[in-house]
Design a protein around this ligand. Sequence first.
Ligand SMILES: O=P(O)(O)OC[C@@H](O)[C@@H](O)c1c[nH]c2ccccc12
Length: 260
Amino acid sequence: MILDKIVTSKRAEIATLKAPPPTTAGPRIDVAALLKRGPKEPLRILTEFKRKSPSAGELSRTLSLAERVGAYAKAGSSLVSVLCDGPFFGGSYDDVVEARAVLDRAGRPVPILAKEFILDPVQLQIARAKGADAALLIVRILQPDEVTRLVKASRECGLEPLVEVATEEELAIALNSGARLIGVNARDLDTLRMDPVRASKIVAAIPADRVAVHLSGLKTEDDVRALSKGRAEAALVGEILMRQDDPTDLLTRFVAAARE
Ligand SMILES: O=P(O)(O)OC[C@@H](O)[C@@H](O)c1c[nH]c2ccccc12
């Protein structure tokens, strides 16, 4: 299974990581407040930077990271997810540094989500030191008590945790961990299969005091329109934007569809 492979490679990588000097600064951007969808407010569109993925293969590299992330911000992205995993997604923690520099010039707060297979607090400390505002925690690869510990460790280093679930059981673990941002992955990370119906049921079950984020598989403006009518407060779009040599046009249309 691909997820087992990624986790095994990640454990070896973690053994080589060194903790950076701790940052005393609190969170730069209140990500949960920024994404919370008030009545009549539009669904937020979140974007992703990745050079390749196990499900999609190689993606467009026509634009540099700086150019692409700049285009995302300009076209209305509410957050940028940056893949930090090297072997499977072609990313690195230094991509967060580059994205941060671009987004600091966006003229409005655009947070960065560090997209990594997080198993150890040292990864959170590095992500924060490089300039991330939020970090992904994937319930599927953690024990329930580890989820709670890593949620706490994220906050302690100034990162807002986004806890990813794919089943009702995982949702219960995420809710219990105290996470404010809950992401529902429509793609099963073991089989890479998409199941949007299952995902929408889980999103609908997220209590109103949490921010519900739909993850994965969005391809069309109709997908965005359908989601914006439901419980989701934000939707993360990766692959389809990364297939465009210039994502501006498609993202502009997604942001408009979310406002309808
Ligand atoms: O590229 P997509 O199908 O639009 O999905 C984006 C994002 O949700 C997906 O990349 C993702 C969701 N959870 C993850 C965990 C690790 C790596 C990647 C992911």
